[in-house]
Design a protein around this ligand. Structure first.
Ligand code: DAH
Length: 344
């Protein structure tokens, strides 16, 4: 029996020395040491041994088991180490590889112009105010002295939501909302940028959605010359020192008197070109002295206070500044167009 045990040991160690992977190792473990394995098979014959022989053979069997187990253990450790190393090698990260650059967006030209105009007015002591795009008839029309029969109130020209609610057609309602909030205090010095909506058919110069910036100043002794000086300063900062303005009489229900303001054409410097249609001038905003009725409705005594207001189309300014020929470029979001503004 002893010989059989030793032969078993030799055979097992021989086989183990040739084992190549974990699976083979497991198989050999079962084959030699398993419940129905070769060692158990031999030990089943122990019952036939004498009392003296039994412990000796028992000890020999333990030694054989120990020797086989030791080799299995050693192989096992080797395989595990190799596996870990292989995994580490496969998962190596090359930290020196250049990264994939994230695509960088750019500020939209309309936002750019709004920011620039805000900066100019903030520099003159104004604050930025905002109001809702879904507006009440009262703020959009009534409180701005736009009478019920005014064409701008027509269903054909405005997007109505209900009889009393519509998409604001201009940023002027923010004037009224601001005055109400100020409760008669002065000075009021605000600009209000925002989207406005009109039922226009879109073409190169019209859009059903566009952007305006409203300005409002209320205090004692505000005069037309303050309006003119403010606008001159503004356009010179926006378009350059050489820019001049001209004011033409006009009409808006919320201002009296009212003026349309033109700037000298930045393209030709005033000599006449395609952009200014040979006139040398470009119309950029509407303005005027706040109508006494508008002041009164918002809680300011027109005997004591006066003010000026203006409203400017941002797309128009952006089109002039960047020589863009079609307003629709701003909204169709063609990357070839938008990318041109990355470095501005
Ligand atoms: N709200 C006018 C428009 O949308 C623009 C405007 C004109 C605003 C004169 C004003 C102003 O504040 O005084 O056409």
């Amino acid at each position: 029996m002893r010989e059989r045990l030793l032969a078993l040991k030799e055979e097992a160690l021989g086989e183990l020395s040739r084992v190549e992977n974990q699976q083979q190792l497991n198989d050999l473990r079962v084959k030699y040491l398993g419940k129905k394995g070769r060692l158990t098979e031999i030990l089943r014959g122990m019952g036939a041994l004498s009392a003296e022989e039994r412990p000796i053979i028992g000890q020999a069997a333990n030694e054989v088991r120990g020797a086989i187990e030791a080799v299995i253990e050693e192989k096992q450790t080797g395989f595990q180490k190799a596996e870990t190393e292989a995994r580490l090698a496969a998962e190596t990260i090359d930290v020196t590889l250049p990264g994939r650059p994230a695509a960088r967006g750019a500020v939209h030209p309309i936002s750019k112009v709004i920011e620039e105009i805000e900066d100019i007015f903030i520099g003159m002591g104004y604050t930025v105010a905002e109001g809702p795009e879904v507006e009440q008839d009262y703020y959009n029309f009534e409180a701005l002295n736009l009478p019920k029969n005014h064409p701008a109130r027509d269903m054909q020209d405005s997007f109505y939501i209900t009889d009393e609610l519509l998409m604001r057609t201009h940023t002027s309602p923010v004037q009224v909302r601001t005055m109400e909030k100020m409760k008669g205090q002065v000075p009021v010095k605000i600009i209000c940028p925002g989207k406005v909506y009109r039922r226009d058919d879109d073409d190169a110069t019209h859009s059903h959605l566009f952007t305006q910036i409203e300005g409002l100043v209320i205090d004692r002794n505000i005069r037309m010359s303050d309006l003119k000086g403010t606008l001159l300063q503004f356009v010179q900062e926006l378009f350059g020192k050489q820019t001049q303005i001209r004011m033409r009489p006009s009409f808006f229900p919320f201002t009296e008197p009212s003026a349309e303001v033109d700037v000298t054409c930045a393209m030709c410097g005033g000599s006449g070109c395609r952009v200014c249609k040979q006139t040398g001038w470009l119309e950029i905003l509407g303005s005027g002295m706040v109508h006494p009725r508008v002041l009164e409705m918002a809680g300011y005594d027109p005997q004591e206070y006066s003010g000026f207001a203006f409203g400017l189309g941002v797309e128009r300014v952006a089109m002039l500044k960047y020589d863009i020929e079609d307003i629709r470029h701003f909204y169709t979001n063609d990357l070839r167009f938008l990318k041109q503004f990355v470095h501005l």
